[in-house]
Each structure stands twice: as C-alpha cells, then as structure tokens.
Design a binder for this molecule. Structure first.
Ligand SMILES: [Zn+2]
Length: 431
C-alpha cells in the first residue's frame, strides 16, 4: 500500500485502539500481536495444545467512497438510523471483524475456553493486495509451524434472487478462488511525426493484438468447485433440471452453453480477460514509440499466471508485442478447491443451516479475490463465507454508494460466529 494514498495514516492505529477499548474481555483473555502493517493476530489458546487450530479472518481496511455526496448518510459517519447501520465497511468487511470479536467477547465472558486454539487474523490492506496484512500474518504463522484445520474468511454470502433455477436463498460457501493478474501488452516501434507515419504504427499493432485476444476467449471448463455447486443446487432446482445438474460432467456441453450466456456465470467457467487501461501518445500529432494496454485477468483454478502469459503470446502471435505481468506484487495464483466432503466442511454447513434455515447450502467458486489466499500454506482447508443475506441491490452497495447493514442482520452475525467458534474449535470429531 502506498502510505501517501491513505488520507489519514493514523486511522488504523486509532481503530486498533478502539478495538482494545470495546472488547476488554477479549483483550484480557487473548494474546494480541501486531504482525501486519496494518494487521493484527489474536490467539485464543485452546485446552488441547496438540489439536490443529482454526483461523477466522476479516479485514479492517475499506475501499474509498468516491461520491460521498450521493450517500443518504455520510460514508464515514457510522450513522445508525431506524435500525440500519450506514457506512463504508458496514458489510465489507468490518461487520464480520466486529461480529467475530463481539462473539468472542461474549464467549469469554461466559467462561468459554476453546478446545483447539483459535486465531483471529485481521488484515488492514485486503483491498490493495493484502500483502502487508494477511501476507505478513500468514508468514509469521508459517514460521511458527501452524497448520490449521481450517480457515474461514469473507467471500460469498447467502444470496437471494441471484441463482436462477432456485427460488430459495442460496448459501454459497467459497471453497475455491480465482487468481488475479494484470497483463501489460506493449507495442514498441519508432516514434516520429504523425504527418509521415509508417504503414504499421505501434497503436495499430496494439489494437490488432487486443482484437486477437478478444476473438479468442479462454476455453470453457467446469472446475471441481463449479461441478460441486451445480450438483448441490440440484436438490433445490425444478424437477426437470435435476438430472442435468446432478451429472455436470455428462451434461457439460449444455451446461457450458447456458453458463456462458451470462457474464456473471461465464466468469465461473473460464478465465476472464478484460482490457482496462490504454495509453499511447500524449499529443495528437506525435507517434508514440510505445503503445500499451493492461488486461485484467481472473484465472480459473487449473491455470496459472505463467500459462496465461504463454497463451497471450501465442494468441497475439506478433514478435513485436511484449506480454508481461503489469504488477507482479498485486497478482495471485488461483486457489484450488478445499474439500467439501469432510467433517469440518459438514460442521460449517450445519452452522450455516442452523442460522439460515431456508437456504440451500452449496460449495462455490469465488470469482473475486480475498485475503484467504495468503493462508494457503497454513490452513488445510479454506472456506469463504459471510453470514449475511444479500440480494442484488445490497451487493451493489458493497464498493458502491449507501453501503449499510440492518442491525438485526449484524446481531445475527454475532450469533453465527459464536456458534461457529464453539463448533469448529471443538475436539476430535472434526478431522
Ligand atoms: Zn472484503
């Protein structure tokens, strides 16, 4: 993170201080370490030191609120009006961080001690790669030889009116996560006066390269997490579709056709490529020596940053074009699916079902990125789930205008995490 980009660098220490004041029990019972910059690790030592620990994560940085004037209540006011909490981060992801600590405060007050050690890992730069927060916390845990039973992070939630075919809410448990890379494509050549151009300009070359990329999208594949998702929603789908959903491999051709028809589901079945930045000459009458584009790529599990680059080189097929990773520190490989057939996963599903009784609980592929990717070496299984109901309108407020959460939803999150901590930190049945 660029420190200069933070309007008020003191904001993170102040928030950390606020946590210490708000959760006295937690801070008296758990060990708190500042391992990230910013980033906090809380350790709740379990009774059984030999049992694999569990990790809950959340982040306390937020995206900016670019149009504060458009908000019903100012984005950083934290206004509570008519039982609704307003503000940037109300959903993503301070609700989760605060609810985890509220749950721990309550459990500690009741004299609860976990059987397994419980870690709360809170990063402060998730929205800008997570390297200095989650990245450093994960590195410290790895150095200490921690190998957690599982980790639960934000990611997906209980969605309503989102999954077509299903008229019930769907609790999406993110078992896998797509990778992220920005690819810079540049055309270099002679600069000079625009009154005497060569036949092939750098801008023309770059345009041809982009056209070739767009004409050849990445191949469609049904990865394990998506096949499991389809099979799992079958039970809630209309009878006629069930046989198709239950056997995604066999019916792959028809499923691929349906899923690629909508950008939202297309993102589940292929690596996506979106040209986002373009630059050439700074003046209308000057030929640029270099024309550049940046393509934002979300990588399906099974592919890698290297394989994406190789494919671009092949598809562009022009030795005068350079393909390279635009921002290496900001990219991340996809995270393969964590198991959805273990006792740990089933315990998580049970807790989800208890709190969202009307929902069908299914594994899912998260198409965005989360902090959890940093922990792949310290957790045997990674699940992404925010215990919150979200409809499309509410999803728009995350990273948008009027982010808010109902007070009852927030209170339910506390109950959820309380249950989750008790269940997952329990002894030997979760292996
Ligand atoms: Zn987030």
């Amino acid at each position: 993170m660029d420190a200069a980009a933070i309007p008020d660098p003191d904001v993170f220490p102040r928030f950390e201080q606020f946590l210490a004041e708000s959760f006295p029990r937690v801070h008296a019972t758990l060990k708190r370490e500042t391992l990230g910059d910013p980033g906090l690790l809380y350790t709740w030592s379990g009774r059984d030191a030999a049992a694999d620990p569990i990790i809950l994560t959340a982040h306390y940085d937020v995206v900016p609120a670019d149009r504060p004037g458009d908000w019903t209540h100012p984005p950083f006011s934290g206004a509570v009006v008519d039982d609704v909490i307003w503000g940037r981060g109300a959903v993503d992801d301070k609700s989760s961080l605060m609810a985890i600590l509220e749950a721990a405060e309550r459990l500690a007050e009741a004299g609860f001690t976990p059987e397994r050690t419980v870690y709360f890992a809170f990063g402060g730069d998730e929205e800008v790669t997570g390297q200095r927060g989650a990245g450093r916390i994960a590195a410290a845990l790895a150095e200490r030889g921690v190998r957690a039973l599982c980790l639960v992070d934000e990611g997906t939630a209980v969605v309503e009116n989102t999954v077509r075919l299903v008229d019930r809410p769907v609790a999406l448990i993110g078992t896998a996560e797509k990778g992220y890379v920005d690819i810079r494509i540049s055309a270099r050549g002679a600069d000079g006066h625009a009154s005497m151009p060569r036949r092939r300009t750098t801008v023309g070359r770059l345009a041809r390269a982009l056209r070739r990329i767009e004409r050849r999208p990445f191949p469609v594949r049904l990865v394990p997490s998506v096949r499991q998702f389809l099979a799992a929603i079958a039970e809630a789908a209309p009878m006629t579709y069930r046989p198709i959903l239950r056997r995604p491999r066999f019916f792959a051709p028809v499923l691929k056709r349906v899923l690629t028809a909508d950008p939202k589901t297309d993102a589940l079945v292929r690596t996506t490529q979106a040209p986002t930045m373009l630059s050439g000459s700074a003046a209308p009458n000057v030929l640029p020596a270099c024309a550049e584009a940046v393509v934002n790529v979300r990588i399906l599990p099974g592919e890698t940053i290297a394989s994406v680059c190789r494919r671009f080189v092949k598809v562009i097929s022009d030795p005068a074009i350079t393909v390279e990773v635009h921002n290496p520190s900001g990219s991340g490989e996809p995270v393969e699916a964590s198991p959805s057939n273990t006792d740990t996963y089933r315990s998580l599903c049970t807790v989800v079902s208890t709190h969202f009784r009307d929902a069908v609980v299914v594994p899912y592929l998260v198409t965005a990125t989360t902090d959890s990717k940093h922990y792949r070496n310290v957790a045997q299984a990674i699940y992404r789930f925010l215990p919150l109901r979200m409809d499309p309108a509410m999803l728009d407020t995350v990273h948008g205008v009027d982010e808010r959460i109902g007070a009852t939803s927030y209170l339910s999150m506390i109950d959820f995490y309380s249950d989750l901590i008790e269940t997952l930190s329990h002894g030997a049945e979760h292996r």
